[in-house]
Design a protein. Structure first.
Length: 295
């Protein structure tokens, strides 16, 4: 029998309305697709300026400024290097970016291996100083480097830009390669050493191929940061003119379509390298997942 307290509780407790099955299904659909919709909107927002750059590289403009659409043409693509000053600035940016990427990738990879694999005095301070250039504003880094070069009497120019780019690119390479090394299976290296491989052979034949996606990703990130940098380069450029500096100086006078063409070429080259990186990463994951059959 139901007691008096239970009966009163049953009477006072209101009945909860039952949601309609269609409403529940609609709510689940919204939750499932809301994140995808948000990601799509964010992707469109990020790629819209790149699409405008590519589109206006085919603009049939006759004025000094390429801001208004006048029609489609391939005339500018027939002579993408018609402006000598812009071409020279692009060559300078590519040279600096390539050299900075090579140096920063080599040094950053070795530093990441040292920070992950070995315990030494001052390791925590080394980690702190690695992240310091990433957290510092570029205007502070540029002004500090300029003060350093002027104090020691080092003339600003190509070399100072290269030194500055290597400095801030190393941090990004270390972070990317380090994340790859943290999840690395050391048993693969031990198996290679048990089979007679020395330290150098193990590194070149086993370790480096498996961490190659991380190294390549760090190199691509360093290259993108170097070729795109303006603030630090502007402080330490001297008389050297890079691609961003040329565009900044020419923006007050004219924006030729060749600027959009070179930007499009850089984007396409970066896209191809990203595809190659993803392919290499999946290949390395398949190699790492291979295990010998148990007896």
């Amino acid at each position: 029998m139901t007691t008096r307290v239970e009966a009163e509780h049953t009477i006072r407790t209101p009945l909860r309305p039952v949601a309609h099955p269609r409403m529940l299904a609609f709510g689940r659909w919204v939750l499932d697709h809301l994140l995808n919709l948000y990601a799509l909107i964010a992707l469109i927002y990020l790629l819209a300026p790149i699409a405008v750059i590519i589109l206006f590289s085919f603009n049939d403009t006759r004025s000094r400024f390429n801001f208004t659409w006048h029609g489609f043409t391939l005339r500018h693509w027939e002579h993408p290097f018609a402006i000598s000053g812009l071409t020279d600035a692009m060559k300078t940016s590519l040279e600096i970016a390539a050299l900075a990427t090579v140096v920063a990738t080599i040094l950053g990879t070795l530093m990441a291996i040292g920070l992950v694999r070995y315990q030494f005095r001052g390791r925590q301070f080394a980690n702190f100083f690695i992240f310091l250039p990433m957290a510092s504003p570029e205007i502070v880094l540029g002004a500090s480097l300029l003060s350093l070069f002027l104090t020691i009497g080092f003339a600003t120019g190509f070399t100072t830009i290269l030194i500055a780019h290597v400095m801030f690119c190393i941090s990004f390479v270390v972070v990317v390669v380090r994340s790859r090394l943290i999840g690395f299976d050391r048993h693969i290296e031990e198996a290679a050493q048990d089979l007679g491989a020395n330290a150098w052979t193990t590194f070149t034949k086993v370790t480096l191929p498996l961490i190659a996606p991380g190294v390549l990703a760090g190199a691509l990130l360093a290259f993108a940061l170097s070729i795109d940098d303006f603030v630090i380069t502007n402080f330490n450029s001297g008389s050297t003119v890079t691609f961003p500096l040329y565009i900044w100086g020419a923006a007050r006078v004219a924006i030729p379509p060749q600027v959009n063409i070179m930007a499009t070429l850089i984007f396409l080259a970066t896209l191809l390298l990203m595809v190659a990186t993803v392919w290499q990463q999946r290949r390395a994951e398949r190699m790492a997942s291979v295990r010998p059959d148990e007896p």
